[in-house]
Design a protein around this ligand. Structure first.
Ligand SMILES: [Fe+2]
Ligand SMILES: [Fe+2]
Length: 309
């Protein structure tokens, strides 16, 4: 499917499977303050909680599509999976850099969280390898469910990715430009590869009831993890001297939503959930590859990576 009028140079943009390539970006966090959205510690740590989840989460996405690859016959989709893996690897590594070189530097180490998550991921890999050998039907059933969950999360990463490219609330707030570029470059690549996991899920025979069930589980767990992670970072932040109460956090969060620092999370999860759950949904029907490519053409990190290559 080629989007009408959507052109990148002379090559038409294919919204279903745009070309996916790895951009080996690098970021320097030396000049970035801990509260990189000035005066908005709740919004900053909400997004930081998301970064913590992404470091392991994106490695889990990679495991899932790699596990699925033997069942994907379509050569084009197989190539897209390889592009997806390359992009998600650089995403995970880039957010890990924020945790290691910015949060840890300013008294907020997160290694205990990421180490525990990585240990679970290693256990998952071992369990799935064992299942593939001993009970291939159960292996495929579990893999379909996990791919459904990843596909639901990929819907959100694409939608939030486009939101952060188009929204200027963070620019107006004076947010750190390197962090903004990290999220906009990442968001643009999420828009680029938004169809891949959905198509792999479909190729493995994933249908609508499982899509809805895996969406519900993924959305509930993701929301819970974001709230827990935000409170944990706020409570452990050595620069916050007032008690972190639910009322204070809610007030600051609502102010940040009004100022466009972050989307209204509950509304976004619900509204986008309804879109994702439409029976005829396909990721190519949401977001714009052209908007993503336009950002990638001006992203400082992507330009530097292209120059280095
Ligand atoms: Fe990603
Ligand atoms: Fe992704």
């Amino acid at each position: 499917m080629v989007a009408a009028g959507a052109e990148s140079g002379t090559v038409p943009v294919d919204e279903r499977h745009p070309q996916i390539r790895t951009r080996r970006v690098a970021f320097d966090w030396e000049e970035t303050p801990l509260h990189w959205i000035p005066g908005a510690p709740v919004a900053t740590h909400l997004v930081n909680a998301f970064q913590i989840l992404l470091t392991t989460g994106e490695k889990w996405f990679i495991q899932c599509v790699r596990d699925a690859l033997p069942y994907v016959a379509d050569e084009r989709l197989r190539a897209e999976v390889k592009g997806f893996v390359g992009q998600e690897m650089v995403h995970s590594r880039s957010h890990q850099g924020v945790l290691d070189r910015l949060l840890a530097r300013d008294g907020l180490p997160t290694a205990h969280l990421t180490d525990a998550a990585h240990a679970k991921l290693a256990e998952r890999a071992t369990a799935m390898a064992e299942l593939a050998r001993t009970d291939p039907r159960r292996f495929r059933r579990r893999l379909r469910f996990e791919l459904g969950a990843v596909s639901a999360i990929e819907h959100y990463t694409a939608v939030v990715g486009q939101w952060i490219i188009e929204n200027d609330g963070l620019d107006r707030a004076g947010a750190d430009p390197t962090m903004l570029d990290l999220f906009r470059w990442h968001g643009a690549e999420e828009v680029e590869h938004r169809s891949v996991v959905f198509d792999v899920y479909t190729a493995l025979g994933g249908g609508y009831p499982l899509r809805a069930a895996s969406w519900a589980v993924a959305t509930a767990l993701l929301s819970l993890a974001l709230v827990q992670g935000t409170f944990e970072l706020l409570r452990r932040d050595p620069s916050i001297t007032v008690p972190v109460t639910f009322r204070r956090v809610r007030r600051s969060y609502r102010a940040s939503v009004r100022k466009g620092h972050v989307p209204a999370m509950a509304t976004m999860f619900l509204r986008e959930g309804l879109t994702y759950l439409r029976p005829g949904h396909h990721p190519s029907k949401v977001c714009s590859t052209e908007i993503a490519l336009e950002y990638l053409r001006r992203s400082p990190a992507a330009r530097a990576a292209a120059g280095a290559a």
